[in-house]
Design a protein around this ligand. Structure first.
Ligand SMILES: NC(=O)c1ccc[n+]([C@@H]2O[C@H](COP(=O)([O-])OP(=O)(O)OC[C@H]3O[C@@H](n4cnc5c(N)ncnc54)[C@H](OP(=O)(O)O)[C@@H]3O)[C@@H](O)[C@H]2O)c1
Length: 357
């Protein structure tokens, strides 16, 4: 039996779901692969909970309940307040480090742990969308897996890597990879004003607390950069300009003022919807990546385009390659949500653990 030690950073929505999934598949992994997954550390923004020999199920369940009730790990009796994830690493054993935070600036720490023999699994896009040199250091020799960063549980990165590994060459990737922006496009096409659609999405929790974090397009640009870099393109965020849904002047105001002024955007969006309708086209927020460059923005697509058939919050990734030249290879489905995101991360953890045995 091989024991694989896990240190998890981030015990939010996806983090708690992942812990539950790990606990529920543990026995099956022992019988299927003789691999035992063992949490030695959990970290949130308040501190860590750790045990170099493995946290007990009781301690893990108590931590989950405490987090679900809004508490911090640092407040638990066995928790260590103010400590960062590094303090949860065992001194003599490599681990799989799992980043389910949205924190920036972790890449150097991860690269150090990789050099010391650990592996990394990410749902957090930020370490892979920092400098190109960090992307290379994290991903060389397959030390980091990051399926969940692009399409949550959808097999996007693994599909792309399989195409590249088998000698195919990528001509174009086109993708709608924001559930929030997909929902807004569907509402616009149904004749709903943008202001009404954004307020509804905000109320239902489809958007970030400040909807501008979705509407800026930066999250889509970050995913596009990760796909481009996976293809070996040494780009930075500046190479992927994203078209925001609001003018620069509305970027500076408070969130409340932004929400109050949403009606200012309605007329321009209604005109774009009308123009698309007139041309029998669909309006989609699309990332396009080719070896020559990338763009992220609202596009009018002909009805027969694979992305035109998308409805609601689903994602779609279309890969045109030397082998899939006439009809692209398409991956489609729900591209967000805690359960599918955690499942994407768990798939990466198991694949990493199997390689280690
Ligand atoms: N939700 C989805 O559908 C989805 C899909 C794909 C990818 N993702 C990515 O998955 C990640 C997690 O998403 P989520 O929805 O679970 O977010 P979340 O609920 O906001 O949870 C984030 C967690 O990270 C912790 N954290 C923040 N900064 C930290 C730091 N410096 N050190 C340690 N822990 C830190 C937070 O601590 P506290 O609990 O103390 O605040 C919290 O536990 C994000 O990067 C997100 O972009 C999410």
């Amino acid at each position: 039996m091989k024991q694989i030690f896990l240190v998890q950073i981030g015990i939010g929505g996806v983090g708690r779901e992942l812990v539950e999934q790990v606990l529920s598949v543990r026995k099956a992994l022992i019988s299927r692969y003789a691999i035992e997954l063992k949490y030695v550390g959990l970290a949130d923004s308040s501190g860590v909970l750790r045990s170099p020999t493995g946290l007990s199920d009781d301690a893990i369940r108590a931590a989950l309940a405490h987090k679900a009730a809004g508490g911090g790990l640092g407040e638990l009796p066995e928790g260590e307040a103010g400590q960062a994830w590094q303090s949860a690493l065992p001194s003599d054993q490599p681990v799989i480090l799992i980043d389910l935070s949205a924190a920036s600036g972790q890449e150097t720490g991860f690269v150090e742990q990789i050099a010391a023999g650990s592996r990394v699994v990410l749902a957090n896009k930020k370490p892979l969308s920092a400098a190109w040199a960090d992307f290379v250091a994290l991903t060389q020799h397959g030390a980091t897996r990051y399926e969940a960063t692009a399409g949550a549980g959808l097999p996007v990165i693994s599909t792309l890597q399989a195409l590249l590994d088998s000698g195919d060459s990528i001509t174009k990737i086109e993708a709608a990879m924001s559930g929030t922006l997909g929902y807004l496009c569907s509402e616009l096409e149904a004749g709903v004003a943008l202001s009404t659609a954004v307020r509804a999405a905000h109320r239902m929790g489809y958007t970030e607390p400040d909807p501008r974090d979705d509407l800026s397009g930066a999250d889509v640009a970050r995913k596009a950069l990760i796909l481009a870099r996976t293809c070996g393109l040494p780009w930075e965020m500046a190479n992927i300009p994203a078209e925001p849904w609001f003018p620069a002047a509305m970027a500076e105001v408070s969130r409340n003022e932004f929400m109050d002024r949403l009606e200012e955007l309605d007329a321009a969006f209604a005109a774009r919807v009308a123009e698309a309708k007139e041309q029998g086209a669909a309006l989609r927020y699309v990332a396009t990546i080719t070896p020559e460059g990338a763009s992220v923005g609202l596009r009018m697509l002909p009805a027969e385009h694979p992305l035109a058939s998308l409805r609601g919050a689903d994602n779609l990734f279309s890969f045109t390659t030397a082998r899939y030249a006439e009809r692209p290879l398409v991956v489609r489905g729900p591209g967000a949500g805690q359960a599918v995101t955690a499942a994407g991360v768990l798939g990466d953890i198991v694949a990493t653990a199997r390689e280690w045995v």
